[in-house]
Each structure stands twice: as structure tokens, then as C-alpha cells.
Design a protein around this ligand. Structure first.
Ligand SMILES: NC(=O)c1ccc[n+]([C@@H]2O[C@H](COP(=O)([O-])OP(=O)(O)OC[C@H]3O[C@@H](n4cnc5c(N)ncnc54)[C@H](OP(=O)(O)O)[C@@H]3O)[C@@H](O)[C@H]2O)c1
Length: 310
């Protein structure tokens, strides 16, 4: 597995305690199954795990550390909920490394564009100490990405990637040029929640969960899109959610999917190798645009970004 060309990424934000998993996903998956899912990721060569300190109310990272992190690739983040304070990123990364039982992480993201320069410069220090191998930014606009690239390049470091929301029904970052800018500049685009929290799956077998209940009012409007997804899945002999994953992969977006089970990891690996035809892509886009449904939204976390200090 080459971190410069990951086929797909496994999201872990629903890993955690029984109560948390039930609240997020409506069901709990035992540690044994998560360990099997990690094993499957190695078999499928997609062993990149996306983490953040708050995932699973802080438990997801510790779980991964306990399961063993020696032969997987770790993507971790610093989430600036407050303004920059000297040493804040270092302190957080040290805790992460302790959780992971690791001496470095492969990719480290600035999770929100608050105090970009200050936070990135501290991340650069940690990079220069070998604690971080690649630096990315998450939930950044095109303008913020350009600034971040310049800041990193002034230290001789390339911007590794951008991690923003992307799915069939949420292509704002493509429409406004960020995806193309990434591609033109050799910067990876990791798309988070490509299944829109489990709503872009097979509507005939969708399970109930509090998260899905929250967005349920939108499901009816997605019916014409589901029809196209089912049709393409039938024609290709793949599963409906695999169409959503393959759509992203075909656009040059690295699909990030919240997987907790070996079968989900296998679905993701298979889908990431599928290239949809232009006609299939157009059919999906047309149906999505006509449905005009927003679930997660391109810039969901903007309200958490603090204003620049004067
Ligand atoms: N950078 C950021 O700000 C940010 C924000 C959000 C998320 N993320 C990252 O992106 C990852 C993915 O997002 P997400 O987990 O929120 O949502 P998601 O991947 O869009 O959806 C997860 C849902 O899809 C279901 N699912 C997964 N694989 C499936 C398959 N093969 N067949 C049928 N259903 C399947 C899961 O089912 P089960 O309920 O059965 O598990 C779960 O309900 C996160 O885990 C996180 O790492 C990053």
C-alpha cells in the first residue's frame, strides 16, 4: 500500500463503546469483528485508517492502538476547537501517538481552517522531527488550501492532500474547482462520508439508526437517484453502495467509508477498483442534481471555524 496512491480509506468515527456505536449507527460491532475488518483491510491492501481524537468519544484511537498499528497506515488530525496556543498541536499529537503505540503517523491533517498559519507552522515542526510523514488539510475552501500550500512550501514541504466531504449528491468541491486544483497540483483529494452516513446504500435493505432517522425526511426525495443506483448496480453485478463508492473513485476522489465489518472493507476495496463509464457518471449526476438533496453538506463544519484574530 502506497500512501501516495491509496485506493480507499477506512473511516473509524463510529468505532467506540457499545453505547456510542448504538447512538451513531444503531448497532454495536464487537472488537473481534473490528479486528477481522482490520485483517481484511490488509488482505485487500487498503489498510489506511482515518482517525481523530474525538472519534468514538476518544475511544476509537485507543482501540486501534490495542488492536495493533504496526502494519497499517494511520491518518490522524488536529482539531482546533479554540484559537492557536503554542504547543497545542504537539500535546495532542503526543497523546495520539500514545494511543496508537506508535512513533509517527503517516498523514496528519489540520481538521479545520482556524489560525491556519500558526497551526500549520507547529505541524511543520513535528514533521521536521519525523513524527508526521505527510501534511494535509481538512474542511478547507480552495482559497484556504492555496494559502496552506504556500505556507508549507515556504518550509519546503508539499501539501499532501485535502480531506473534504464528497459524494454523488455533494459535489460542491468539484463544481467550485477545488478538486481540479488538487489534481492539477498533485494533491490528493480524500472524500469523507461518500455514503452520506449510510443513506446512499440499498434503500431496500437500509437499517434503522438514530443518524439515519435524523436525515430520513430526505430519503423520499432520493428515490429517482436510488433507481439509477440500483440499475447500474444490477447491470454491473455490484452492490448499491459500491456504485456510490465507485462514483467517487472514478472521479479521482479517494473514497473514505465508515467500515466496521470485513464485508464492508471488501465492498470498499472492490468498488475502488471500478471505473464507471461517462454515461453511468452522467446518469448518476443528473438524478442527484434533480433530487437536489443535501444531507451532510459540503461545508458542514464551517460554524466551528473561528474568525481570524486581528
Ligand atoms: N474530516 C472530516 O471532517 C470528516 C468528517 C466526517 C467523516 N470523516 C471520515 O470519513 C469517514 C466516513 O464517514 P462516515 O463513517 O461518517 O459515513 P459514511 O461512510 O458515509 O457512512 C457510514 C454508514 O455506511 C454504512 N456502510 C459502510 N459500508 C457499507 C457497505 N459496504 N454496505 C452497506 N452499508 C455500508 C455503515 O453501516 P454500519 O452502520 O453497518 O456500520 C454506516 O451506517 C469517517 O469514518 C471519518 O473517518 C471525516
Amino acid at each position: 500500500m502506497d500512501i501516495m496512491h491509496p485506493a480507499a480509506v477506512i473511516g473509524t468515527n463510529a468505532w467506540g463503546s457499545k453505547a456510542y456505536s448504538k447512538a451513531m449507527r444503531g448497532s454495536y460491532v464487537s472488537d473481534d469483528i473490528l479486528i477481522e475488518a482490520i485483517g481484511e483491510s490488509k488482505k485487500q491492501d487498503i489498510q489506511v485508517f482515518d482517525m481523530a481524537r474525538d472519534y468514538g468519544l476518544g475511544k476509537a484511537q485507543r482501540m486501534l492502538g490495542q488492536f495493533g498499528t504496526q502494519d497499517i497506515i494511520i491518518s490522524a488530525k488536529y482539531t482546533p476547537f479554540t484559537h492557536y496556543k503554542k504547543g497545542c498541536v504537539r500535546k495532542s499529537l503526543m497523546k495520539d501517538l500514545d494511543d496508537f503505540k506508535r512513533e509517527f503517523v503517516e498523514v496528519y491533517w489540520l481538521h479545520l481552517p482556524t489560525d491556519i498559519k500558526e497551526h500549520l507552522e507547529e505541524i511543520v515542526e513535528l514533521y521536521n522531527e519525523g513524527l508526521i510523514k505527510h501534511i494535509g488539510v481538512s474542511n478547507f475552501t480552495l482559497e484556504e488550501c492555496k494559502r496552506s500550500k504556500d505556507i508549507l512550501e515556504s518550509h519546503g514541504i508539499p501539501l499532501y492532500g485535502v480531506q473534504n466531504h464528497y459524494s454523488i449528491i455533494c459535489r460542491d468541491w468539484e463544481k467550485n474547482g477545488l478538486l481540479k486544483w488538487c489534481q492539477d497540483n498533485g494533491i490528493l483529494f480524500w472524500g469523507w462520508a461518500v455514503l452520506e452516513e449510510g443513506l446512499l446504500v440499498d434503500p431496500r435493505i437500509r437499517k434503522k439508526s438514530p443518524m439515519k432517522f435524523t436525515f430520513n425526511s430526505k430519503v423520499k426525495k432520493l428515490a429517482p437517484l436510488y433507481e439509477v443506483m440500483i440499475d447500474i448496480s444490477n447491470l454491473r453485478g455490484i452492490k448499491v453502495p459500491q456504485t456510490a463508492m465507485a462514483f467517487c473513485a472514478s472521479k479521482g476522489v479517494i473514497p473514505m467509508v465508515g467500515c466496521r465489518k470485513p464485508s464492508q472493507v471488501k465492498d470498499l476495496a472492490e468498488a475502488s477498483r471500478i471505473v464507471l463509464t461517462e454515461e453511468e457518471i452522467l446518469r448518476l449526476e443528473r438524478a442527484a442534481d434533480e433530487a437536489d438533496v443535501k444531507i451532510m453538506g459540503a461545508d458542514l463544519f464551517r460554524p466551528f471555524v473561528l474568525k481570524e484574530r486581528k
